[in-house]
Write a protein that binds this ligand. Structure first.
Ligand code: FES
Length: 108
C-alpha cells in the first residue's frame, strides 16, 4: 500500500440556500489542521498518512465528513479537538474513534 491511511475531507461549498455543506461547517480549517497535526507528529508521507481534499462525498446532512481508507471508516467532527483525536487515536495508534463514527453502510 502506498499510504497506510489515505484521508479525504469533503470541502464542498454549496451555493447559498442549497443543502447543508461541509464547507459551511469548518471543513477547510479542519483539513488544514489535520494536515499540520499529521506532519507535526511525523506521520506524513508515503507509507504513512496522506490528508487530501475532496469534493462532495454525498453524506452532506451527516457532515461535515471525512473518510479514512483503506479501512473506509467514516467520521464526522465538530472542532479541532475531534480532529486531534482522529489523528492521534486512529491514524497514529490504529484505534477507531467510536464516538465520531458515521454509519459504515448506507441506510436501507
Ligand atoms: S458537502 Fe460534504 S458530503 Fe456533501
Amino acid at each position: 500500500m502506498y499510504y497506510k491511511h489515505h484521508v479525504f475531507f469533503c470541502l464542498n461549498q454549496r451555493d447559498e440556500g442549497e443543502r447543508v455543506c461541509c464547507a459551511n461547517a469548518g471543513a477547510k480549517d479542519a483539513q488544514e489542521h489535520a494536515k499540520k497535526r499529521v506532519k507535526d507528529l511525523g506521520l506524513a508521507g508515503p507509507g504513512q498518512v496522506r490528508i487530501n481534499k475532496a469534493g462532495c462525498l454525498d453524506r452532506c446532512e451527516e457532515g461535515p465528513c471525512v473518510v479514512v481508507y483503506p479501512e473506509a471508516v467514516w467520521y464526522t467532527y465538530v472542532d479541532n479537538s475531534d480532529i486531534d483525536e482522529i489523528v492521534e487515536s486512529h491514524l497514529r495508534d490504529g484505534k477507531v474513534v467510536q464516538r465520531l463514527l458515521l454509519d459504515a453502510k448506507p441506510k436501507a
